[in-house]
Design a protein around this ligand. Structure first.
Ligand SMILES: *Cc1c(COP(=O)(O)O)cnc(C)c1O
Length: 378
């Protein structure tokens, strides 16, 4: 009988030493509500870490993006430009509002939104009679997109940018935090992200007005009155004080988690980058990735016929989780009818790419196992 070693996960929660103390404090003081000292403290931690002037802690990154679009007045029939190579949560809130996602393919240096295709799409949409209402670029896998170029293009056409930095807390462009370039930025603390609150997200911005409004909308849009009074539709999207307690503890180890994830990336580069046909995504100048996930592409014309799927299945047999690179939105059954501006890159990445186990809690032994089994495929 085969002896199956412990499961190696793609990216699993990694608690520090203080999370439980903050949660315990919430219990001890009976702040078991979507407000309280941990929520305020967590928001302050996010502001000082990212440099954003304001932050609202919310129930998820998806909720943050939904509120951002609502505050921009997005409604039925509006067009929203969105990176195609992403996780579906970047695009779902567009459709919640009856708006139309316009998908943009990637560029090779960061695998994120192509500024050329973005500009082409804006011009084409305007020519067709509709100016896009917002642009959603994504810093996928923690690699910052070409955000400065995207912001410059958006400024020419006066279109607001909502940065999806759900996977990129701790990443920077030119020393400035991912998520702080656009009008608003979206963070996620889902269980698989670089830090987690077990489930949660945040909206960050330099605009106090927008963040105040996000807090208002996320707590059922209650007008100031002794009775329940509403003049707008509200949402139940605020983060609880218990979850925020986990977040405060996680913020204390975030810098260390970035270091550890980058260490995982460096380990893989050292041990498998010499294999023929295996390619990593290096950091372009001025960009700093938190290396949330280490990603490789597999060129089977150079590996001697070994493709991505062969590696993935062979790891799976050894109880090691890996995952194909995200399937682009313009190829998803639920989104394929929407307009898209493509060059084939994200489709190729999906076909040839693999995310390797990248958690900050992986041991040297775990990493050795992954590397040995990848080598064994050759
Ligand atoms: C995780 C994720 C989200 C959504 O965040 P949730 O907190 O899970 O709602 C959005 N965009 C990207 C790119 C993500 O990876």
């Amino acid at each position: 009988m085969k002896n199956i070693a412990a499961k190696v996960w793609l990216s699993s929660p990694h608690m520090g030493s203080e999370e439980f103390n903050y949660v315990k404090e919430a219990f001890d003081t009976n702040w078991i509500a979507p407000l309280g000292p941990n929520v305020n403290g967590f928001e302050q931690d996010l502001q000082s870490f990212t440099g954003a002037k304001h932050a609202a802690a919310l129930s998820s990154g998806t909720a943050a993006l939904h509120l951002a679009l609502i505050m921009l007045g997005v409604g039925p029939g509006d067009e929203i430009i969105c990176q195609s190579f992403t996780f579906s949560a970047s695009a779902n809130p567009i459709v919640y509002l009856g708006a139309v996602p316009i998908f943009i393919d990637s560029e090779p240096d960061t695998w994120n939104m192509s500024p050329e295709l973005l500009e082409q799409a804006i011009k084409d949409r305007i020519a067709k009679g509709k100016k896009p209402k917002a642009i959603i670029p994504v810093h996928l896998y923690g690699m910052p997109c070409q955000i400065e170029r995207i912001i410059a293009i958006a400024a020419v056409y006066d279109i607001p940018v909502i940065e999806d930095a759900a996977e990129a807390l701790g990443s920077t462009c030119n020393g400035k935090a991912a998520g702080t370039f656009g009008l608003m930025g979206v963070l996620s603390f889902n269980g698989n992200k670089i830090i987690t609150t077990s489930g949660g997200g945040a909206l960050i911005s330099d605009s106090g007005k927008l963040i105040e409004k996000a807090r208002f909308l996320s707590t059922q849009a209650r007008d100031p009155a002794p009775h329940y009074q509403h003049s707008e539709i509200g949402y139940n999207y605020r983060m609880s004080n218990v979850c925020a307690g986990i977040g405060r503890g996680q913020m204390q180890v975030l810098a260390q988690r970035v270091k550890q994830r980058r260490g995982v990336y460096a380990y893989y580069v050292k041990h498998i980058s010499h294999l023929p046909g295996i390619t990593f995504l290096p950091e372009p100048e001025r960009l700093f990735s938190n290396r949330w996930l280490t990603t490789i592409t597999v060129d089977k014309t150079k590996t001697g016929g070994v493709d991505r799927e062969a590696i993935r299945l062979s790891l799976e047999e050894e109880n090691i989780e890996s995952r194909p690179l995200w399937k682009p939105m313009h190829l998803q059954p639920v989104f394929e009818a929407y307009p898209s501006y493509v060059n084939g890159l994200s489709e190729k990445l999906f076909n040839d790419g693999l995310c390797l186990p990248s958690g900050s809690n992986l041991t040297e032994f775990d990493l050795e196992r992954v590397v040995d089994h990848i080598k064994a495929c050759f």
